[in-house]
Design a protein around this ligand. Structure first.
Ligand code: PMV
Length: 344
């Protein structure tokens, strides 16, 4: 890496048991553990280039320069990398997504995991999966889960060193597909960083946290046993509990729209009539409808017919799907690591 430049590709992930609230906001140490699946169809590609001629860090996302808070958050990760590597150069960061950012589709998870990989590699650091997961977490908690492959659990840990994510099952373990019903592709007004900070103001957050180990156990076992019915019930419960906390925070956060709730009703009816589907929603209005791979086309078709759905994005956990990449100048992609995230 003599030219201090590296490019990395990383995927979004969808949480089945959600992370909401930090016990340390600066270090992004979560108030609870979480479980997710990586989304191979939805990714960010980031190039980091440290250059002696740059007077400050520069950030370009999807061709547009970003300054202010967005840039500071990226510089914070670059500072951690500079400190570890013992260098003092500013960097240009160029990032591109193939899905809407800031709309509850975990764009920050893909973005900060790709940034952690590219920045550390650009300065010649060879970090372990655990070290990368920890570094990505400092930019966005959910990004820690986009580093290991497949189905992933992020443990609360006791501190900065051990609050990291690990695979609980490889991608080929279970052919689950996420059909993301886009009802609002606009950037949300209140991001998750602000949301985490007020989670404790909800009178429901403590009850949510107390019950989380139970939900984690149920969800982990359902994934390991490929028990879809139990899986669908627990992800819906967990998502509904998190949104109950959001809605009862001060100030209240209401991410759902009418179309969001319409999809909840439809998904439950479809499941009752035998279609293996379940829903979950992140900090946005868009609904992630999880299904078994064989049913993805049918689910997509039904979602497209729903009122208020402007698009449906399909993302599986299977590694082969990574080839169906859709970025403007992506070309063919090959990975240097077997994990979810890697270098190109
Ligand atoms: O990593 P953040 O700060 O973008 O928070 C993610 C929060 C949720 O998407 C709502 C839940 C999760 O665990 O991904």
């Amino acid at each position: 890496m003599s030219n201090l430049t590296a490019t990395a590709l990383s995927c979004a992930n969808i949480a089945f048991i959600k992370y909401w609230g930090n016990r340390n906001n600066e270090l992004r140490l979560p108030s609870n553990g979480s479980i997710s699946m990586n989304l191979d169809g939805l990714f960010t590609r980031t190039t980091v280039s440290f250059q002696p001629s740059l007077p400050f860090d520069e950030l370009i996302i999807n061709g547009r320069e970003v300054t202010g808070k967005g840039l500071s958050r990226v510089s914070y990760i670059l500072d951690l990398v500079r400190e570890t590597a013992g260098i003092n150069l500013n960097a240009e960061v160029m990032s591109e997504n193939n899905f809407p950012a800031g709309a509850g589709i975990a764009s920050s998870a893909a973005a900060f995991s790709a940034l952690a990989l590219a920045a550390s590699r650009a300065v010649g650091l060879t970090l372990t999966e655990a070290q990368l997961s920890r570094l990505a977490r400092r930019g966005s908690g959910s990004a820690s889960r986009s580093i290991p492959p497949g189905f992933v659990e992020w443990k609360m840990g006791t501190g900065d060193d051990d609050s990291i994510a690990e695979s609980i099952a490889p991608p080929e373990h279970w052919n689950l597909v996420d059909c993301v019903a886009v009802v609002n592709a606009a950037h949300k007004k209140t991001g998750s960083t602000e949301g985490h900070a007020i989670a404790g103001t909800s009178p429901l957050q403590n009850a949510r946290l107390e019950d989380t180990p139970r939900r984690l156990d149920i969800c982990r076992s359902a994934i390991l046993n490929k028990d879809f019915e139990t899986f669908a019930n627990i992800i819906e419960l967990d998502s509904d509990i998190m949104h109950s906390v959001m809605m009862t925070s001060n100030p209240p956060l209401m991410y759902w729209q009418a179309a969001t709730v319409g999809i909840f009703h439809a998904v439950r009816e479809w499941r009752a009539s035998g279609l293996p589907v379940g829903y979950t929603v992140d900090a946005g209005a868009n609904v992630h409808v999880l299904c078994l791979g064989d049913h993805a086309r049918e689910v997509e078709k039904r979602l497209r017919e729903m009122p208020g759905v402007s698009n449906v994005l399909i993302a599986g956990v299977l590694a082969e799907r990574r080839r169906s990449c859709n970025l403007s100048n992506c070309g063919s992609i090959s990975f240097q690591r077997a994990g979810s995230a890697g270098f190109i």
